[in-house]
Design a protein around this ligand. Structure first.
Ligand code: PHE
Length: 339
């Protein structure tokens, strides 16, 4: 009779095990069939009624049932555990193919980069940096630089006038005067700064940047001017580019010169960028005019000097091949991030 019960129990355990869907189901089955108060224990209570000669065999059957079912349960539980682990791993997997968040790092504006490079090159030659105000007077911006009010050069400057005789400086040259008024020679400075002119097209902006240079001492020569500026341009543009000095005119220098570098687009052959001349104008310079020395109380028979003024945007446009100056002020990140 017990034998029959054991067989039934085995069948029903097999059937239920086949239905199990997880580790928990399997553990419930273990309790139900093999636990202390489980089905097997119940059946074995009947063992006392079994004939003593039969008892060992039935006992053996019961044990066999117990070990077999226990093994099956363990196996099944392990299977479920493995699938569940795998499922969890699949669920929690970090997809390393997803793009990460892009960090935008700041960088120097091309105008600032050029400014710094210019300062660095002149720094090597012993020039130190001076600054002056953007809001100037007619005296510093014009008169003391030998540009009286009826001087035709004033027309070239397209000045923004402010109230009470003030104006936005049209060049960094007034800082020459401010420095010489407060210092004695030797003076060897460069002056980076903003300048303003009422003018706007693809090569002009109402606000732009210049670096002024001034070297005054007892016997500064035009040869030193040429040497200094040639060194600067070669360092900045590369040694393969030729440099030339053309005679020019500025009221505050005499003699005056404009300096060109060979066009980098056509290597001097002539193209649209250089208006088919092969050369690009890059800066104005000259020997400080005696009248300027007189206006600051220097004796023009005792000292000589040279000065120069460089347009920073111009340098940036040529170095980085930028065709429209306005790109430098629109702050479009697609443009700026290229530098
Ligand atoms: N100040 C001049 C300009 O803005 C440049 C310059 C500076 C020329 C110093 C000669 C000497 O055009």
């Amino acid at each position: 009779m017990i034998e029959g019960q054991l067989k039934e129990l085995k069948d029903s355990a097999d059937a239920e095990l086949a239905q199990a869907t997880g580790v928990q189901d399997v553990e419930l089955l273990r309790v139900k069939y093999l636990g202390k108060k489980g089905a097997l224990t119940d059946i074995l209570k009947g063992l006392a009624a079994v004939d003593s000669s039969e008892r060992p065999r039935i006992g053996q059957l019961a044990n066999q049932f117990k070990t077999e079912l226990s093994d099956q349960l363990t196996l099944k539980a392990e299977e479920f555990a493995a699938t569940e682990t795998q499922a969890r791993l699949d669920r929690d997997r970090v997809d390393i193919h997803l793009p990460s968040f892009r960090r935008h790092t700041g960088r120097l504006h091309p105008v600032q980069r050029v400014m710094r490079e210019v300062q660095e090159i002149f720094g090597r030659l012993g020039f130190s940096v001076k600054e002056g105000p953007d809001v100037e007077t007619e005296h510093y911006n014009f008169e003391s630089l030998n540009i009286p009010s009826d001087h035709p050069a004033r027309d070239m400057h397209d000045t923004f006038y402010l109230k009470m005789g003030q104006l936005l400086r049209t060049h960094t040259s007034p800082v020459q005067i401010r420095t010489m008024e407060t210092q004695r020679p030797p003076i060897k400075i460069i002056v980076p700064g903003n300048v303003y002119r009422c003018d706007m097209d693809i090569t002009h902006s109402p606000m732009f940047h210049q670096v002024e240079g001034l070297y005054v001492d007892e016997s500064v020569s035009f040869a030193q001017l040429k040497g200094t500026l040639t060194y600067f341009l070669r360092e900045f543009f590369g040694h393969e580019r030729d440099v030339r000095f053309r005679p020019s005119y500025f009221p505050f220098t005499e003699p005056s010169t404009e300096v060109d570098v060979q066009c980098g687009r056509c290597d001097g052959a002539g193209c649209a960028s250089c208006k088919y001349s092969g050369w690009l104008e890059i800066l104005g310079a000259g020997m400080v005019n005696r009248k300027v020395f007189e206006s600051v109380g220097y004796d023009p028979d005792q000292v000589t000097g040279f000065a120069f003024g460089i347009g920073i945007e111009r340098l940036a446009m040529l170095k980085y091949k930028i065709s429209d100056i306005r790109l430098l002020y629109e702050n479009d990140l697609r443009f700026l991030s290229q530098f």
